[in-house]
Structure formats: structure tokens, C-alpha cells
Write a protein that binds this ligand. Sequence first.
Ligand code: FAD
Length: 500
Amino acid sequence: MSNVQKKTDVILIGAGVMSATLGSLLKELVPEWEIKVFEKLSNAGEESSNEWNNAGTGHAALCELNYTSEKPDGSIDVSKAIKINEQFQLSMQFWSYLVDRNLIKNPQDFIMPLPHISLVQGEQNIEFLKKRFKALSTNPLFKGMQFSEDTEKLIEWFPLIMEGRNMNEPIAATKIDSGTDVNFGALTRMLFEHLKTENVEVNYKHSVKNIKRISDGSWEVKVHNMDSGEIEYHRAKFVFIGAGGASLPILQKTGIPESKHIGGFPVSGLFLVCNNPEVVEQHHAKVYGKAKVGAPPMSVPHLDTRYIDNKKSLLFGPFAGFSPKFLKTGSNFDLIGSVKPNNLLTMLAAGAKEMSLTKYLIQQVLLSNEKRMEELREFIPNAKSEDWDIVVAGQRVQVIKDTPAGKGTLQFGTEVVSAADGSIAALLGASPGASTAVHVMLEVLEKCFPQHLNEWEPKIKEMIPSYGVSLVENTELFEEIHTSNAKTLGLRGTDKLVYN
Ligand SMILES: Cc1cc2nc3c(=O)[nH]c(=O)nc-3n(C[C@H](O)[C@H](O)[C@H](O)COP(=O)(O)OP(=O)(O)OC[C@H]3O[C@@H](n4cnc5c(N)ncnc54)[C@H](O)[C@@H]3O)c2cc1C
């Protein structure tokens, strides 16, 4: 059985945080456009966006050391940290807009204030952290960051980490109270509930099987209705492929030139989750350390207080690993199936270049639970194995493409790939991820709807006052936005500078 449905304005493939964000932006900008969503699982936010599948860090570069690098002259390059912080401010503004208008409610169900801490050991790392602190703390976006090498202070900041620690090696940390823990799963579900009230047709258990361009330039999406077993054909003028790790294979089916010479490299993840409420209660922060030499940026486990199911939890991870699946619910043939004649050389070049990464990830997969506990004990010296369980996290598919740096270069960021005529776009990659969903979806609008941007700009600025403006260069606007978002979302504002 098959049937062709009537044409709609927009089709969103996948019900993760990216489609949720794009749908919500579009509904504010052009409420009259018809939007259909197809999601193969039975609920929204069940893959990478789910709270158990990602680390829930509101990435604003407050504690992630890999966003600030040391230049050859010894100074610290903060440009990436500023960029990511500004991108997170866009998300906070849009979420505040939705809450202020009662379009989503109870922000504490998806975002909570939580100190962000960077922790290092050893003289050299402390020197780096000091320089990073000096470079960032005078910047308005990082106002309130504190630095300390003082044991008493560190015990106050993170008693669990200090208890039982061998103090022969020097230790230091920075702390900033304006950090956040974001439950991206809850946010995604809230946004889809909101979209349903705006007449968006959300179809769960509908798996997209194919996509092809039809003669009038629009797209026909072949969908398997998993309940009825029927094949349906849905047409739209614009399609967004927000299928997370599975975006690449769907993009490949479009055949657009922009989909060629791109590959994907899946990285799996595991968390250790504390099952002892007494231990959970002793910690209150996200604590990021420094990546070990040779380790990729996504493989730096951190110790995070999390708010999941309205309960405080404690997670350590993610430990990165290798799995050929593009989704947690994917297939072992995903990786091999994504190798096409047009990206074979790109993939082979990446394979040859990234041997050490592949080796690292395979070693990580082979880690025994006790070895993982040893890594945890670098953070919590007294951690007991019986207090910690393992949960499988989501899959991240890193983009491989040919760049000026060479054929088959592994990318660690997110990429919007769109057709030249703007009729289709896909989001590939996973970092910094959900935190920057608003920035990335604004990029989709800019790439795919340039003809509407002038008309849409006043509304975009109403939703996101800093749109098109550098906050780091407009400190008054930043203070105003930050204070008002903190009030709406129940977060901490910026504090005064402290240096011990
Ligand atoms: C271990 C880990 C830790 C992370 N930590 C953080 C963090 O701390 N902070 C942060 O900001 N980001 C983090 N991220 C990244 C973040 O989770 C992702 O960037 C984000 O969730 C991606 O959202 P999405 O909507 O693109 O994809 P997803 O949430 O994966 O949604 C894609 C949806 O598409 C559906 N789908 C797939 N194929 C089809 C098909 N053929 N037909 C229909 N539906 C389909 C899937 O079922 C899924 O529901 C992390 C990710 C991982 C894996």
C-alpha cells in the first residue's frame, strides 16, 4: 500500500532538539506555514538529545579547557571560548522569550544554575589555568570567574574531590557560578508539546526511508508508517534533516552536490552514574579537567551534578569509544553503508590519518569497569565501585571532509550542509551540540531563506535581542540580556571578580 499526501511547507526529519528549535523559530516567524515532523521513535528527544544520552552541559566555555588553547608565544587564545559563549547566549535568549510568553513553562524543568569548575593538577597545568583565568576573567562574558590554589577554598568548592586526595601534587581550579545544567531531553519534549499546540503535525513511529527531488523543485519524502506498515509519500518546499547521527545517510540520498565527499565517524559514549544518594549530595558542580595528551576533545570525562527526572544525580563521563552505529538505536552497518564511491577516498584518507584516534577509541571500548573507576578516582579518590553503575550514552557522528588542511580531515564541530537553492538542509556533527542549537538553526534560516531575512529580522531581534550583535563588544547589552535571562530562567547573574 502506498499513498501520496498533499504538499506542506516544511518537513522536519527527526524529533531531536535541532528540529524542535527550528520548528519553534519558524512558528514564531511565519505562523501560517504548515510543518510536518517525522520521527522514527515513539517520542521526542529519545536519541542524542535525551538527558541520559548527553552530558547536559550548557556549553558556554566557562569550564571546558579545550576551548582555550595556548599560543606558541605562551599567551592564551580565547577567541573560540568567546564564540561559544556568545552562541550559548543566543539559546538562553530564545528560551527566555518562549518562557516569557508562556509558550513553554517551568524553566527549572530544563535548566538549572550550576557552578562550572575547571580543575588541574601539576605546575605546568596550573600555569596554563592561571593564564586562562587572567585572559577570561576580565572579559564581561566570563565575569565572576574565581581562581584558587588554596586547599581550604577547594574543599569548600568540591569536598568530594578533595577528600582522601594525595596533596603532594599541586592543584588549582577556577569556578564560575553562572554555569548551567541543561536537560536537553526535557527541553526537546517541551518544545514539541508547544509545536503541537501550534498545529504542527508530529508523526512518531514514522521512519524516513528515502528522499528525492520532484520536477517542481520541491522534495518528496518516503516514509514508513511503522504502526500501519504503510509507505507514505510527503512533499514539501523545504526539508530539514535533523536526524542526528543518521542525518548523513539521509543527506546522501538527496544526491545534492553538497552531500558528496563527506563522511561520518561515529564515537560512542558511556557514563558512570552514582547510585549512592549520600555521595550525590556531597557534590554540586560540573568539573572539567584537562584532556590527556593525544586524547580527542570529546573524550575528556567530567564529573557532573545533573538534574534528571527532577532529581539531583551525579554522572562521570562520557568515556568515548568506537561503535559503527550512527544512532544509539542504529545498525552495525551504518558506517559501512555510508561509504559511497564519492566519499571513499575521503574516508580512506581519514582512516589513514586518524589511526591514533581509532586506536584510542578502541582502547577505550576495551577498558574494564575497574579501569574506568581508576579514571573516576582521579576526580574522587575515595570512589567505591559499588556506588557506580554504567549507562550507555548517545552516539556522536563526527564529520569527515576534505578541507584546505587535507583530504579526509576529521571535524569536531557541527556543520550545516544545504542545497544551493536553500530547499534542503542537514545538520551534521555534534559539538558543541545542543547548547548552540539556536545559533545553528539561525544559520539554517540564513542559508535557506535569504529572501525572507529582511522581513524576519525585527521578529528575530525581538526573540533574540543580540542577533547580529557582538555581546563582547556591547557589554551594556550583555549585562541587560544576561540579567533578564537569569531572572526568567531562574539562573545566576554575573558576580563580582574574585582572585585568591
Ligand atoms: C555522549 C554525548 C554527550 C554530549 N554532551 C553534550 C553536552 O554536554 N552539551 C551539549 O550541548 N551537547 C552535548 N551533546 C551533543 C547533543 O546531544 C547533540 O548535539 C544534540 O542532541 C543533537 O540533536 P539532534 O536533534 O541533531 O539529534 P538527535 O537528538 O539525535 O535527534 C535526531 C532524531 O532523528 C530521529 N531519526 C533518525 N533517523 C530517522 C529517520 N530515518 N526517520 C525519522 N526519524 C529519524 C532519531 O530517532 C532522533 O530522535 C552530547 C552528545 C553525546 C552523544
